[in-house]
Design a protein around this ligand. Structure first.
Ligand SMILES: [Zn+2]
Ligand SMILES: [Zn+2]
Length: 254
């Protein structure tokens, strides 16, 4: 009896042994193990699918939101600049009055955006997250991050500029740079520009070219509003914009 009682008093050994031994179902149910393994693998695959694009900055929706916010900031900067210049954008104001109209560097988009250096908190708002190239750090001419340095300038700019023939709210003023254009044309603001025919209606070839936001893009209207447009929407926006003798004049950074 004593021996039996002594054996009964060794539950810790039994417990330890039970803890070390593999669970019975583990050994006896390999099919369930495979299901568990499949669940774990699926979980990791799903996590990777969610996390990797975020880490790579490649979420198309968030890129469109960042880009649209950039254009809103640019629109606000145009508005602030216009306060001191009869509500006109800098490319409507002659260089002799502090603007960039017919400036010797006026065919370059970056020149006009550089005029907004006091109104834009950062030149990073001039760069779409989907674009190649790289954003500038500040508006200096430093080779390692200055917007005015040739290493940046056009490479740090993702948006076109266009001048409405007359100031109308729906006039196109800026947008993602990958717009289809037809041919070069002389321009009384930018000296040289790209021509987008608006009368007659732009051909079906007109729209966004490859890249950036796929077959859509963001535009900034003269009233400061920003919208995402399909190819058909962009075509209509160009028609609605008051154009110069049936042509929209556009300059692009690249
Ligand atoms: Zn964009
Ligand atoms: Zn023009």
């Amino acid at each position: 009896m004593k021996t039996q009682i002594g054996a009964d008093r060794k539950p810790p050994i039994l417990t330890r042994a039970a803890a070390v031994a593999p669970p019975r179902r583990w050994a006896q149910s390999p099919a369930f193990t495979r299901i568990e393994l499949a669940c774990v693998v699926c979980t990791f695959v799903l996590l990777a699918a969610v996390i990797v694009p975020v880490l790579a900055g490649g979420d198309p929706r968030s890129e469109r939101v960042v880009c649209a916010n950039n254009l809103r900031q640019i629109g606000l900067a145009f508005h602030l600049w216009g306060h001191d210049h009869s509500d006109l954008p800098m490319f409507e104001v002659p260089a002799s009055s502090g603007g960039t109209r017919m400036h010797v560097l006026a065919p370059n988009v970056w020149l006009h955006f550089a005029w907004l250096s006091n109104e834009l908190a950062t030149p990073q708002w001039l760069f779409c997250p989907t674009d190649t190239g790289r954003p500038a750090r500040d508006f200096s001419d430093d080779s390692d991050g200055g917007y005015l340095h040739p290493n940046f300038a056009g490479n740090a700019t993702s948006y076109f500029l266009s001048h409405p023939f007359e100031p109308v709210p729906r006039g196109l003023i800026s947008g993602d740079r990958n717009v289809w254009v037809e041919s070069p044309i002389g321009c009384s603001r930018f000296i040289n520009a790209w021509r987008v025919p608006t009368i007659p209606v732009p051909s079906s070839a007109f729209g966004w070219t490859n890249g950036l936001h796929g077959s859509a893009g963001n535009v900034l209207h003269q009233d400061g509003s920003v919208e995402q447009l399909s190819n058909a929407g962009l075509r209509q926006a160009v028609i609605d914009a008051h154009s110069d003798n049936g042509n929209l004049h556009i300059i692009t950074p690249r």
